[in-house]
Design a protein around this ligand. Structure first.
Ligand SMILES: Cc1cc2nc3c(=O)[nH]c(=O)nc-3n(C[C@H](O)[C@H](O)[C@H](O)COP(=O)(O)OP(=O)(O)OC[C@H]3O[C@@H](n4cnc5c(N)ncnc54)[C@H](O)[C@@H]3O)c2cc1C
Length: 417
């Protein structure tokens, strides 16, 4: 596939952009593959790319019921950070953050990773104690995270209201300067192009409807709306529907699915230099390169597979944004949408072998898996190729729900975006 470069842009500009090729091929499925990955989000496409690049496994298909990146990958608010509390989390999110730093070069595709800093607001004594614990744990582990006074927080993000009589008073903030954002659909497209270039088949508009098993219980392939496709190994990376897809193989996943919403404003001139999250009042905000304020809410309180969400959730979030940043009160909102997140009880992901031989699962990234895309994909490829988890993902296996060795980022962070 042709390399993207300044020279290519100039050449195409001279010939009315007639020479650009399709970014990935859309072939008819083969009868069978060495590996099938279910779900063409960033995690699934990335895993296919790393299978080809790092493990030499190219007879791979990624099967997607809709269009690639149409799941949560294209619906999230793109916050990237690695300042989680527990070692198991820090390992995988920091691995991911390091991959983000070189991803555009690696894929030869501009994913617009922007390390503009992620600031998490503290509103009360509990927040302060919790965030300072995070700062200390992160620093001891070699991950950047620092504590800011309210005045330092205001200097970092001038639109922030730190007045003493604010409805949500601010008594400090934790800042990860290497955190930031990336363009979410470019991540899906970049991985798809690079995987396709290495021979991976990306099959869209093809829903997996069943997982077939052989006489010894092992996976033999998948039933799809385009017919049966055989596979020696199957990886499930179908966020939002992980439990539905795993149920096809008779595996009951410990996840529940809830809608999560986001919305964007009309475009504004550059006004918001960083990412700000308030876990306590549950609102987070950044500004896209197009100028839109990108705002995220909390999950609905009920389980659902609807890609919409409760009105009261989104109004609560906007209420909080207006309190924290009074200057945005008159900004108009342009679009709102939802995605389905699959959540575990400890709010940490699952990357694991399963009771079914040759069936692997990557799930439970809930409201915070975009930031993990490169790291998760990279380690999921390792799991599929080697049949055992990578050192950095050893704590994320399914057996923790049996042994009780949970990684409780829910209690530690209250929010996972
Ligand atoms: C509103 C919102 C805001 C968020 N904000 C953030 C954030 O700021 N930062 C962050 O880190 N994370 C965030 N997240 C979470 C993040 O988006 C997800 O954790 C992550 O994108 C999951 O990626 P994925 O590739 O696993 O899943 P997806 O992109 O959802 O891909 C899974 C794919 O599987 C496909 N699929 C499902 N069932 C089948 C089937 N039977 N057959 C074939 N294909 C199937 C789906 O169509 C889908 O395309 C947010 C999520 C939402 C919804």
């Amino acid at each position: 596939m042709r390399k993207y470069s300044v020279f290519a842009v100039v050449r195409e500009a001279m010939r009315a952009h007639k020479g650009w090729e399709a970014q990935w091929v859309s072939p008819e499925p083969r009868q069978s593959y060495d590996v099938i990955i279910i779900g063409a989000g960033g995690h699934g496409l990335g895993a296919a790319y790393y299978l080809a690049k790092e493990h030499g496994i190219t007879n791979v298909a990624v099967i997607e019921k809709g269009w690639l990146g149409g799941g949560n990958t294209g619906r999230n608010t793109t916050i990237i950070r690695s300042n989680y509390l527990y070692e198991e989390s820090m390992d995988i999110y920091e691995h991911s953050l390091k991959l983000w730093e070189g991803l555009s070069q690696d894929l030869n595709y501009n994913v617009m990773y922007s390390p503009r800093g992620v600031m998490m607001l503290s509103h009360n004594v509990h927040d302060q104690q919790s965030f300072k614990r995070h700062v200390n744990a992160n620093n001891l582990y070699g991950i950047d995270n620092e504590w800011l006074t309210p005045e330092q927080a205001k200097a970092f993000c001038p639109p922030l209201d730190i007045s003493k009589n604010a409805r949500y008073p601010i008594n400090g903030a934790a800042l990860q300067r290497r955190g930031g954002t990336a363009r979410h659909d470019a991540v899906a497209w970049g991985y798809a192009r690079a995987a396709s270039d290495r021979g991976v088949h990306i099959i869209q508009n093809c829903e997996v409807t069943g997982i077939r098993r052989g006489p010894n219980g092992e996976v033999t392939g998948v039933d799809t709306t385009k017919g049966f496709i055989g596979a020696k190994k199957v990886g499930v990376s179908a966020a939002g529907h992980s439990s539905v897809v795993m149920g096809m193989a008779g595996v009951r996943l410990p996840v529940h699915s809830t809608p999560l919403q986001a919305l964007v404003s009309e475009p504004l001139k550059p006004i918001f230099p960083c990412v700000v999250m308030s876990n306590t009042v549950h609102a987070y905000i950044s500004q896209s390169d197009k100028g839109e304020l990108v705002i995220g809410a909390g999950t609905d309180q009920y389980n659902s597979y609807s890609q919409t969400g409760g009105m009261q959730i989104i109004t609560h979030t906007l209420d909080a944004i207006c309190e924290l940043f009074p200057m945005f009160r008159r900004v108009k909102m342009m679009r709102q949408w939802g995605g389905i997140t699959d959540n575990t009880a400890d709010r940490s992901p699952i990357q694991s072998v399963t009771p079914v031989p040759n069936l692997f699962v990557n799930a439970g990234w809930g409201t915070g898996g975009f930031k993990a895309t490169p790291g998760s994909a990279n380690l999921f490829a390792h799991l599929i190729a080697k049949g055992e988890p990578h050192r950095l993902a050893q704590g994320l296996t399914l057996d923790r729900f049996r042994t009780g060795r949970l990684i409780d980022e829910a209690a530690a962070a209250a929010v996972a975006h």
